[in-house]
Design a protein around this ligand. Sequence first.
Ligand SMILES: NCc1[nH]cc(CCC(=O)O)c1CC(=O)O
Length: 313
Amino acid sequence: MKAVRIATRQSPLALWQARHVASLLTAGNPGLEVSLVEMTTEGDRFLSAPLSAVGGKGLFVKEIEQALLDGRADVAVHSLKDMTSVFPDGLILAAVPTREDPRDAFCSPEGYTLARLPPGARVGTSSLRRSCILRAHRPDLEIVSLRGNVQTRLQKTRDLKLAGAMLAAAGLKRLGLEHHITEIVPVADSLPAVGQGVLAIQCRGEDAEVRALLAPLEDLTTRGAVRAERAFLAKLEGGCTVPMAGHATVVDGQVHLRGLVGRPDGTRVVRGEVRGPVPEAERLGEALAEELLSRGAGDILRDFARREDASRA
Ligand SMILES: NCc1[nH]cc(CCC(=O)O)c1CC(=O)O
């Protein structure tokens, strides 16, 4: 192979991620020419509306996947967190590199940690998951919708004089913005989104040459966690963005998967966890989803879908 084209969004984080994969490929393949195909997606065009209202997950990836399918690019780099549980026919998750910090980070211009937030403090996030978790713990907090790329959200946090905002530690670290973090929140306190901190490297399944090129970028521990998390997601995903979290770790060949489904206002939360060997990662993810569904997650999701329909009508 002489040249490979990587499709990416144009946000600073997406470009960092695509360039990172480009540099991994160049380092491992002297003489390989790597170029970026920069694209604007639907998700970038509707930055003012809440993510859940404009269609949620998948919005940032559809056009990029189409470029792959059309042969306008050979590789696509995404945040795995932004991807739906099912890929279009013909595309595969060719490699997942070693996961970056999967945790949420609290960024407070005033220097607050979550525990020290004054009663009624306003906290920015547009993630239903983060809203659910924050409110379940602190019903007094006011959640303020915050969208846009990472830098925009930090700027809005200051402009709106919010007490702080919740963002993914991974994005902040990749962009060299970790000095904004006042607290890295433990996974047990703010369960991360499925795929948070993981880069998804996608290509056409039939493209054996590109698959071989990408294979060395794979991290098996990360893959084990991703398989469990995405099986969990697939069982729960009703087509729209829902307040759910799913996070797995792999230690000594054992998967530990934790999951959560709740109301965005935190008034109901169903949590659970499973453990088992890596080869059974998918089964574990499905089993946890089924367990949560039987313990009330099904009602929460149905209720939530009805409200979404009503708000769209
Ligand atoms: N929702 C957008 C998004 N998609 C991936 C990341 C962060 C990087 C990652 O999780 O890999 C972010 C920003 C954030 O949630 O703060």
